[in-house]
Write a protein that binds this ligand. Structure first.
Ligand code: UD1
Length: 423
């Protein structure tokens, strides 16, 4: 429940560890027969879902939510399967397939299916495994992957389009394959760089980290290590954009990597906000008048699709019209009708949204449809006069740690009525 229209947001929040980085790091722990520790693990529903899956596979998992340390002992892992019940809760469960294939020579993972904003294929993951010699079969909703006798061998793959998940998954398989592999048009997102850095620390040989071409020389085994997860650039970006919405606001986000946030901080400056970059911190001060800024989502280092819904909420307050184009997910506009319920004037044409701007929002009951959409609704609720109720906040808990507490720290009146479960 949000009581909005109550003035500026002011204060400091710390970014948690990155959800989209920790999930592949957790899957990578399966590659080493021993105890891996991942520091700065966010306390999120998606982490609990993957913990559950790792336990099903046979790993021992202990999550110390207070210290944010996650201990995974993959020594006893032996069951190379990811059941539908868990994969349907979180598509990123498919990240275990690369490690299962690499370590056991086979793996069976439920096909993830679509998601709230449209189809999300996994063909590139499968083509990548095939390039390493795996045979892939689809049977009763499951992907069944088998390495050739003697294990995966090096291969070449070019991803088109660039895919974060496929790059991470195939990279985790290639590090233990025999011989050399090359991934072209690899994702350059910081989450993939973090994964590659972790694999190198475990003993993998990878060149071109942070670029669009990764060259991998397979090794026989990897060692368990302690690795520190990177800060969540999307969570940080969300609080920075929220800090620009209401005149008089000033929000500082600490524990961040400002270099991961450049697309968002550049856009905020164009909108008239004052952005101050410090050592692992960024401060945004809202302008008196927000300028409209057209925004196009792109692969990193472009503007992230995961910030698109939040940017739309911001642009409803700009003094003129703007457009938002999503080049990564053409249908990712499920938040539009919900924002309209709060009084926003929006039009969707193909993968573009037109935002009229200068909207006075008014509280209403709205429905979360996915993770980033739900936070854009909370932000809109802060702008709206009166009471806004956001339903299905389990989407929010998948990716935002203690979100109501963090907004409250900034002076927002956001109260969780109850915890609900994904069904
Ligand atoms: C990851 C992020 C998600 C983010 C997205 C894009 C995680 C857990 N999730 O998702 O939050 O929105 O990156 O930055 O890290 N594609 C194919 N075939 C495939 C795989 C992808 O065609 O096999 C297409 C997708 O439909 C999409 C594009 O490639 O158009 C990029 O998707 P991808 O980078 O794979 O997204 P995810 O890894 O699923």
């Amino acid at each position: 429940m949000i009581h909005g229209g109550r003035g500026p947001l002011r204060g400091t929040v710390a970014a948690s560890g990155a959800k989209n980085a920790v999930l592949p790091l957790m899957a990578a722990a399966l590659l080493a027969e021993g105890k891996t520790t991942i520091r700065n693990t966010p306390d999120l529903q998606d982490v609990y879902t993957l913990n559950h899956l790792l336990r099903v596979i046979g790993a021992k998992v202990e999550f110390k939510a207070d210290s944010h340390d996650l201990l995974i002992d993959a020594y006893g892992a032996s069951f190379a399967e990811a059941p539908y019940d868990l994969v349907k809760k979180m598509r990123a469960s498919i990240y275990v397939l690369g490690p299962l294939l690499a370590r056991f020579g086979h793996g069976k993972v439920s096909l993830p299916g679509g998601c709230a904003w449209g189809p999300r294929p996994v063909n590139l993951h499968l083509e990548g495994f095939q390039a390493l010699g795996a045979e892939i079969e689809l049977d009763e909703g499951y992907i069944i992957a088998k390495a050739p006798s003697g294990g995966l061998r090096g291969g070449k793959i070019k991803f088109e389009p660039s895919s974060v998940g496929a790059t991470g998954n195939v990279l985790m398989a290639a590090v233990l394959a025999k011989g050399s592999s090359r991934i072209e048009n690899a994702a350059m997102e910081p989450e993939i760089t973090a994964l590659a850095d972790c694999l190198v620390k475990m003993g993998a040989r990878i060149d071109g980290i942070g670029t669009s071409t990764l060259e991998i020389e397979g090794v026989d085994r990897l060692n368990p290590i302690t690795f520190t997860n990177i800060p969540d650039r999307i969570e940080a970006g969300t609080f920075l954009v929220a800090g620009a919405m209401i005149p008089g606001s000033e929000v500082t986000v600490t524990d961040v990597r400002p270099d991961h946030l450049t697309a968002v901080t550049d856009a905020l400056r164009q909108a008239g906000a004052t952005v101050t970059i410090g050592d692992r911190r960024v401060t945004v001060a809202a302008p008196d008048e927000l300028r409209p800024v057209d925004c196009t989502t792109e692969i990193y280092p472009g503007f992230p699709t995961d910030m698109q819904a939040q940017w739309m909420t911001l642009m409803t307050q700009a003094t003129g019209g703007s457009t938002i184009t999503d080049t990564i997910y053409a249908d990712r506009f499920k938040h539009v009708p919900e924002l309209e319920r709060l009084g926003a004037h929006l039009t969707v044409e193909g993968n573009h949204a037109l935002v009229r701007g200068a909207d006075r929002l008014k509280g209403a009951t709205v429905m979360s449809t996915d993770l980033r959409a739900s936070v854009s609704l909370v932000m809109a609720g802060l702008l709206a006069e009166g009471r806004t109720e956001v339903l299905r906040v389990y989407h929010l808990d998948r990716g935002y740690e203690a979100v109501e507490r963090k907004f409250a720290t900034l002076g927002a009146d956001v109260v969780r009525e109850h915890y609900d479960e994904f069904t």
